[in-house]
Design a protein around this ligand. Structure first.
Ligand SMILES: Nc1ncnc2c1ncn2[C@@H]1O[C@H](COP(=O)(O)OP(=O)(O)O)[C@@H](O)[C@H]1O
Ligand SMILES: N[C@@H](CCOP(=O)(O)O)C(=O)O
Length: 320
Protein backbone atom coordinates (compact mmCIF):
# COMPACT_ATOMS: atom_id res chain seq x y z
CA UNK A 1 0.00 0.00 0.00
CA UNK A 2 1.15 3.54 -0.54
CA UNK A 3 0.30 5.71 2.40
CA UNK A 4 3.61 6.74 3.90
CA UNK A 5 2.36 9.85 5.73
CA UNK A 6 -0.74 9.86 7.94
CA UNK A 7 -2.95 12.96 7.97
CA UNK A 8 -4.96 13.77 11.10
CA UNK A 9 -8.57 14.98 10.83
CA UNK A 10 -7.60 18.38 12.23
CA UNK A 11 -4.75 18.82 9.74
CA UNK A 12 -7.05 17.83 6.87
CA UNK A 13 -9.77 20.26 8.00
CA UNK A 14 -7.25 23.11 8.21
CA UNK A 15 -5.83 22.19 4.79
CA UNK A 16 -9.23 22.03 3.07
CA UNK A 17 -10.32 25.33 4.60
CA UNK A 18 -7.91 27.01 2.20
CA UNK A 19 -9.94 25.77 -0.82
CA UNK A 20 -13.50 26.32 -2.03
CA UNK A 21 -14.30 22.61 -2.00
CA UNK A 22 -16.70 22.36 0.93
CA UNK A 23 -16.22 20.39 4.13
CA UNK A 24 -14.72 16.86 4.15
CA UNK A 25 -17.12 13.93 4.40
CA UNK A 26 -14.55 11.12 4.27
CA UNK A 27 -10.85 10.52 3.68
CA UNK A 28 -9.48 7.09 2.72
CA UNK A 29 -5.88 6.07 2.04
CA UNK A 30 -5.41 4.59 -1.47
CA UNK A 31 -3.56 1.29 -1.51
CA UNK A 32 -2.37 1.49 -5.15
CA UNK A 33 0.80 3.30 -6.23
CA UNK A 34 4.28 3.09 -4.81
CA UNK A 35 5.82 6.55 -4.91
CA UNK A 36 3.59 9.00 -3.02
CA UNK A 37 0.86 8.98 -0.35
CA UNK A 38 -2.57 9.29 -1.96
CA UNK A 39 -5.96 9.80 -0.29
CA UNK A 40 -9.43 9.78 -1.75
CA UNK A 41 -11.07 12.76 -0.06
CA UNK A 42 -14.81 13.20 -0.51
CA UNK A 43 -16.11 16.66 0.30
CA UNK A 44 -19.51 18.29 0.00
CA UNK A 45 -18.63 19.08 -3.62
CA UNK A 46 -17.48 15.57 -4.65
CA UNK A 47 -14.38 13.34 -4.72
CA UNK A 48 -10.81 14.68 -4.89
CA UNK A 49 -7.34 13.16 -4.73
CA UNK A 50 -5.00 14.40 -2.02
CA UNK A 51 -1.34 13.64 -2.79
CA UNK A 52 1.53 14.05 -0.34
CA UNK A 53 4.83 13.93 -2.19
CA UNK A 54 7.40 11.46 -0.86
CA UNK A 55 10.87 10.03 -1.54
CA UNK A 56 11.73 10.32 -5.29
CA UNK A 57 9.87 13.60 -5.84
CA UNK A 58 12.08 16.66 -5.45
CA UNK A 59 10.03 19.60 -4.09
CA UNK A 60 11.72 21.90 -6.62
CA UNK A 61 10.20 19.83 -9.46
CA UNK A 62 6.61 20.16 -8.24
CA UNK A 63 5.86 23.46 -10.04
CA UNK A 64 6.88 21.72 -13.28
CA UNK A 65 4.63 18.68 -12.65
CA UNK A 66 1.60 20.67 -11.50
CA UNK A 67 2.10 23.34 -14.19
CA UNK A 68 2.31 20.61 -16.82
CA UNK A 69 -0.94 18.97 -15.68
CA UNK A 70 -2.65 22.37 -15.82
CA UNK A 71 -1.23 23.04 -19.28
CA UNK A 72 -2.17 19.65 -20.75
CA UNK A 73 -5.66 19.66 -19.23
CA UNK A 74 -6.17 23.11 -20.77
CA UNK A 75 -5.38 21.57 -24.17
CA UNK A 76 -7.90 18.77 -23.82
CA UNK A 77 -5.59 16.00 -22.56
CA UNK A 78 -7.53 13.92 -20.00
CA UNK A 79 -5.16 14.54 -17.13
CA UNK A 80 -6.21 15.79 -13.71
CA UNK A 81 -6.12 19.49 -12.92
CA UNK A 82 -4.46 20.57 -9.68
CA UNK A 83 -7.01 22.46 -7.55
CA UNK A 84 -6.06 26.00 -6.57
CA UNK A 85 -6.76 27.38 -3.13
CA UNK A 86 -8.33 30.77 -2.56
CA UNK A 87 -4.81 32.21 -2.59
CA UNK A 88 -4.29 30.87 -6.15
CA UNK A 89 -1.73 28.27 -5.03
CA UNK A 90 -2.06 24.54 -5.79
CA UNK A 91 0.96 23.48 -3.73
CA UNK A 92 1.24 23.74 0.06
CA UNK A 93 2.47 21.74 3.07
CA UNK A 94 0.51 19.08 4.94
CA UNK A 95 1.80 16.79 7.70
CA UNK A 96 5.34 17.90 6.96
CA UNK A 97 5.18 16.98 3.25
CA UNK A 98 4.54 19.06 0.11
CA UNK A 99 0.93 18.32 -0.84
CA UNK A 100 -1.64 19.08 -3.54
CA UNK A 101 -5.33 18.51 -4.08
CA UNK A 102 -5.96 17.03 -7.52
CA UNK A 103 -9.08 16.59 -9.61
CA UNK A 104 -10.54 13.06 -9.34
CA UNK A 105 -10.81 11.32 -12.71
CA UNK A 106 -13.28 8.47 -13.28
CA UNK A 107 -12.32 5.15 -14.86
CA UNK A 108 -10.30 2.01 -14.18
CA UNK A 109 -6.89 0.99 -15.40
CA UNK A 110 -6.98 -2.10 -17.63
CA UNK A 111 -6.02 -5.33 -15.85
CA UNK A 112 -6.20 -7.34 -19.10
CA UNK A 113 -4.67 -5.34 -21.93
CA UNK A 114 -6.14 -5.71 -25.42
CA UNK A 115 -4.87 -4.41 -28.78
CA UNK A 116 -7.69 -1.82 -28.61
CA UNK A 117 -6.25 -0.41 -25.35
CA UNK A 118 -2.85 -0.13 -27.08
CA UNK A 119 -4.38 1.73 -30.02
CA UNK A 120 -6.11 4.27 -27.74
CA UNK A 121 -2.95 4.65 -25.66
CA UNK A 122 -0.83 5.34 -28.75
CA UNK A 123 -3.11 8.14 -29.90
CA UNK A 124 -3.37 9.64 -26.40
CA UNK A 125 0.43 9.62 -26.05
CA UNK A 126 0.91 11.37 -29.40
CA UNK A 127 -1.68 13.98 -28.44
CA UNK A 128 0.06 14.51 -25.12
CA UNK A 129 3.36 15.07 -26.97
CA UNK A 130 1.75 17.55 -29.37
CA UNK A 131 -0.03 19.39 -26.55
CA UNK A 132 3.23 19.66 -24.59
CA UNK A 133 5.14 21.38 -27.39
CA UNK A 134 4.23 24.90 -26.22
CA UNK A 135 4.70 24.20 -22.50
CA UNK A 136 7.37 26.69 -21.52
CA UNK A 137 8.87 25.02 -18.44
CA UNK A 138 11.54 22.34 -18.82
CA UNK A 139 12.86 19.60 -16.57
CA UNK A 140 15.79 17.31 -17.41
CA UNK A 141 15.10 13.56 -17.09
CA UNK A 142 16.55 12.60 -13.70
CA UNK A 143 16.49 8.93 -14.78
CA UNK A 144 17.97 9.40 -18.26
CA UNK A 145 20.94 7.59 -19.88
CA UNK A 146 23.55 9.53 -17.86
CA UNK A 147 21.91 8.39 -14.62
CA UNK A 148 21.76 4.66 -15.36
CA UNK A 149 25.37 3.72 -14.57
CA UNK A 150 25.50 5.69 -11.27
CA UNK A 151 22.22 4.01 -10.27
CA UNK A 152 23.62 0.59 -11.25
CA UNK A 153 26.76 1.23 -9.19
CA UNK A 154 24.61 1.93 -6.13
CA UNK A 155 23.14 -1.59 -6.26
CA UNK A 156 25.71 -3.60 -8.28
CA UNK A 157 27.11 -5.37 -5.20
CA UNK A 158 23.73 -6.97 -4.53
CA UNK A 159 22.72 -7.66 -8.14
CA UNK A 160 24.00 -11.24 -8.21
CA UNK A 161 21.97 -12.05 -5.08
CA UNK A 162 18.87 -11.19 -7.12
CA UNK A 163 19.98 -13.21 -10.16
CA UNK A 164 23.34 -14.98 -10.69
CA UNK A 165 25.47 -13.10 -13.23
CA UNK A 166 23.18 -10.06 -13.25
CA UNK A 167 25.93 -7.52 -12.43
CA UNK A 168 28.09 -8.56 -15.40
CA UNK A 169 25.09 -8.73 -17.74
CA UNK A 170 23.95 -5.22 -16.79
CA UNK A 171 27.48 -3.87 -17.03
CA UNK A 172 27.75 -5.14 -20.63
CA UNK A 173 24.27 -3.93 -21.62
CA UNK A 174 24.99 -0.51 -20.14
CA UNK A 175 28.26 -0.26 -22.09
CA UNK A 176 26.35 -1.00 -25.32
CA UNK A 177 23.73 1.62 -24.49
CA UNK A 178 26.38 4.19 -23.62
CA UNK A 179 28.04 3.61 -26.99
CA UNK A 180 24.89 3.51 -29.12
CA UNK A 181 22.14 5.55 -27.47
CA UNK A 182 20.71 7.94 -30.06
CA UNK A 183 21.14 11.68 -29.84
CA UNK A 184 19.40 14.45 -31.77
CA UNK A 185 15.92 12.91 -31.91
CA UNK A 186 12.89 15.23 -31.52
CA UNK A 187 12.36 16.21 -27.89
CA UNK A 188 9.54 17.67 -25.83
CA UNK A 189 7.54 16.93 -22.73
CA UNK A 190 7.27 13.21 -22.00
CA UNK A 191 5.29 11.37 -19.32
CA UNK A 192 8.08 8.81 -18.84
CA UNK A 193 6.02 6.32 -16.75
CA UNK A 194 2.83 5.69 -18.73
CA UNK A 195 2.30 2.14 -17.46
CA UNK A 196 -1.19 0.57 -17.53
CA UNK A 197 -1.83 1.57 -13.89
CA UNK A 198 -1.48 5.21 -14.92
CA UNK A 199 -4.10 5.09 -17.69
CA UNK A 200 -7.82 4.95 -16.89
CA UNK A 201 -10.45 3.69 -19.32
CA UNK A 202 -14.20 4.20 -19.28
CA UNK A 203 -16.33 2.31 -21.83
CA UNK A 204 -13.31 1.51 -24.08
CA UNK A 205 -12.04 5.10 -24.23
CA UNK A 206 -9.28 6.73 -22.19
CA UNK A 207 -10.76 8.79 -19.36
CA UNK A 208 -7.58 9.69 -17.49
CA UNK A 209 -3.79 9.86 -17.69
CA UNK A 210 -2.34 10.23 -14.21
CA UNK A 211 0.93 10.24 -12.27
CA UNK A 212 3.01 12.91 -13.99
CA UNK A 213 5.75 12.77 -11.34
CA UNK A 214 8.46 11.43 -13.65
CA UNK A 215 7.48 13.78 -16.50
CA UNK A 216 10.39 15.63 -18.05
CA UNK A 217 11.82 17.10 -21.25
CA UNK A 218 13.34 14.30 -23.28
CA UNK A 219 13.19 12.30 -26.53
CA UNK A 220 9.53 11.89 -27.53
CA UNK A 221 10.04 8.43 -29.03
CA UNK A 222 11.55 7.26 -25.72
CA UNK A 223 8.09 7.69 -24.18
CA UNK A 224 6.71 5.40 -26.87
CA UNK A 225 9.45 2.88 -26.05
CA UNK A 226 8.46 2.98 -22.34
CA UNK A 227 4.86 2.16 -23.38
CA UNK A 228 5.94 -0.57 -25.80
CA UNK A 229 7.72 -2.32 -22.93
CA UNK A 230 4.97 -1.79 -20.38
CA UNK A 231 1.95 -2.66 -22.57
CA UNK A 232 3.08 -5.10 -25.25
CA UNK A 233 4.60 -8.01 -23.35
CA UNK A 234 2.35 -10.80 -22.08
CA UNK A 235 2.45 -11.81 -18.42
CA UNK A 236 4.52 -14.89 -19.31
CA UNK A 237 7.07 -12.65 -21.04
CA UNK A 238 6.30 -13.06 -24.77
CA UNK A 239 6.34 -9.90 -26.89
CA UNK A 240 2.94 -9.32 -28.55
CA UNK A 241 3.66 -7.74 -31.92
CA UNK A 242 -0.07 -7.21 -32.62
CA UNK A 243 -0.37 -4.96 -29.56
CA UNK A 244 2.87 -3.17 -30.51
CA UNK A 245 1.61 -2.53 -34.02
CA UNK A 246 -1.65 -1.10 -32.70
CA UNK A 247 0.24 1.10 -30.24
CA UNK A 248 2.59 2.43 -32.92
CA UNK A 249 -0.16 2.89 -35.52
CA UNK A 250 -2.34 4.69 -32.95
CA UNK A 251 0.58 6.99 -32.17
CA UNK A 252 1.46 7.66 -35.81
CA UNK A 253 -2.15 8.52 -36.64
CA UNK A 254 -1.79 11.58 -34.40
CA UNK A 255 1.96 12.30 -34.66
CA UNK A 256 4.04 10.79 -37.49
CA UNK A 257 7.44 9.36 -36.55
CA UNK A 258 10.41 10.44 -38.67
CA UNK A 259 12.92 7.94 -40.11
CA UNK A 260 15.47 8.50 -37.33
CA UNK A 261 12.85 7.92 -34.62
CA UNK A 262 11.73 4.69 -36.28
CA UNK A 263 15.29 3.39 -36.69
CA UNK A 264 16.06 4.21 -33.05
CA UNK A 265 13.07 2.41 -31.57
CA UNK A 266 14.86 -0.86 -30.63
CA UNK A 267 17.68 0.90 -28.78
CA UNK A 268 15.24 3.33 -27.13
CA UNK A 269 13.27 0.31 -25.92
CA UNK A 270 16.46 -1.25 -24.54
CA UNK A 271 17.18 2.01 -22.71
CA UNK A 272 13.65 2.16 -21.32
CA UNK A 273 13.96 -1.47 -20.16
CA UNK A 274 17.29 -0.64 -18.49
CA UNK A 275 15.80 2.37 -16.68
CA UNK A 276 12.95 0.37 -15.10
CA UNK A 277 15.17 -2.64 -14.43
CA UNK A 278 17.58 -0.42 -12.49
CA UNK A 279 15.00 1.47 -10.41
CA UNK A 280 13.28 -1.82 -9.60
CA UNK A 281 16.61 -3.45 -8.72
CA UNK A 282 17.53 -0.50 -6.51
CA UNK A 283 14.17 -0.70 -4.72
CA UNK A 284 14.38 -4.50 -4.48
CA UNK A 285 17.73 -4.49 -2.68
CA UNK A 286 16.89 -1.44 -0.54
CA UNK A 287 13.38 -2.29 0.66
CA UNK A 288 13.47 -3.71 4.20
CA UNK A 289 11.60 -6.97 4.79
CA UNK A 290 8.08 -6.32 6.07
CA UNK A 291 7.91 -2.85 4.46
CA UNK A 292 4.41 -1.64 3.57
CA UNK A 293 5.17 -1.37 -0.15
CA UNK A 294 6.07 -4.50 -2.12
CA UNK A 295 8.86 -3.68 -4.58
CA UNK A 296 8.23 -4.50 -8.25
CA UNK A 297 10.09 -7.42 -9.85
CA UNK A 298 13.32 -6.31 -11.56
CA UNK A 299 13.62 -9.63 -13.41
CA UNK A 300 10.50 -8.89 -15.45
CA UNK A 301 12.56 -6.12 -17.04
CA UNK A 302 15.68 -8.29 -17.37
CA UNK A 303 13.65 -10.64 -19.61
CA UNK A 304 12.36 -7.70 -21.63
CA UNK A 305 15.88 -6.27 -21.99
CA UNK A 306 17.21 -9.63 -23.21
CA UNK A 307 14.47 -9.87 -25.81
CA UNK A 308 15.07 -6.30 -26.99
CA UNK A 309 18.83 -6.83 -27.27
CA UNK A 310 18.09 -9.71 -29.67
CA UNK A 311 15.76 -7.71 -31.91
CA UNK A 312 17.22 -7.09 -35.38
CA UNK A 313 15.32 -3.95 -36.35
CA UNK A 314 12.19 -1.84 -35.83
CA UNK A 315 10.02 -4.21 -37.91
CA UNK A 316 10.36 -6.83 -35.18
CA UNK A 317 8.74 -4.32 -32.81
CA UNK A 318 5.74 -3.81 -35.08
CA UNK A 319 6.90 -0.86 -37.20
CA UNK A 320 5.79 -1.44 -40.79
N1 LIG B 1 -6.58 12.03 -10.45
C1 LIG B 1 -6.95 10.83 -10.01
N2 LIG B 1 -8.22 10.41 -10.13
C2 LIG B 1 -8.62 9.20 -9.64
N3 LIG B 1 -7.80 8.36 -8.99
C3 LIG B 1 -6.51 8.73 -8.83
C4 LIG B 1 -6.00 9.96 -9.34
N4 LIG B 1 -4.70 10.06 -9.02
C5 LIG B 1 -4.39 8.92 -8.36
N5 LIG B 1 -5.47 8.11 -8.24
C6 LIG B 1 -5.54 6.82 -7.54
O1 LIG B 1 -4.37 6.68 -6.77
C7 LIG B 1 -3.60 5.54 -7.21
C8 LIG B 1 -2.12 5.85 -7.07
O2 LIG B 1 -1.80 6.99 -7.86
P1 LIG B 1 -0.36 7.18 -8.50
O3 LIG B 1 -0.27 8.59 -8.98
O4 LIG B 1 -0.08 6.09 -9.49
O5 LIG B 1 0.55 6.98 -7.22
P2 LIG B 1 2.12 6.87 -7.09
O6 LIG B 1 2.68 8.17 -7.63
O7 LIG B 1 2.33 6.69 -5.64
O8 LIG B 1 2.57 5.69 -7.90
C9 LIG B 1 -4.07 5.28 -8.61
O9 LIG B 1 -3.91 3.94 -9.01
C10 LIG B 1 -5.55 5.66 -8.50
O10 LIG B 1 -6.28 4.60 -7.91
N1 LIG C 1 6.01 2.14 -13.21
C1 LIG C 1 7.17 1.85 -12.41
C2 LIG C 1 7.00 2.16 -10.97
C3 LIG C 1 6.38 3.50 -10.64
O1 LIG C 1 5.11 3.20 -10.12
P1 LIG C 1 3.82 4.11 -10.34
O2 LIG C 1 2.81 3.48 -9.46
O3 LIG C 1 4.26 5.50 -9.94
O4 LIG C 1 3.46 4.01 -11.81
C4 LIG C 1 7.56 0.36 -12.55
O5 LIG C 1 6.68 -0.42 -12.94
O6 LIG C 1 8.70 0.01 -12.26
Amino acid sequence: MAVYTEVTDDALDAFLEQYDVGRPLSCKGIAEGVENSNYLVTTETGPLILTLYERRVQPGDLPFFLGLMDHLAGRGIPCPTPIRGRDGRSLRDLAGRPAALIEFLPGMWPRRITPHHCDRLGTALARLHEAGLDFTMTRPNSLGPADWRPLFERCADHADDVHPGLAAELDAALADLEAGFPKDLPTGVIHADLFPDNVFFLRDEISGLIDFYFACTDVLAYDLAVCLNAWCFETRGEFNVTKAKRLLDGYRAARPLDAAEMAALPVLAQGAAMRFLLTRLYDWVNTPEGALVKPKDPLEYLHKLRFLRGVDGPAALGLA
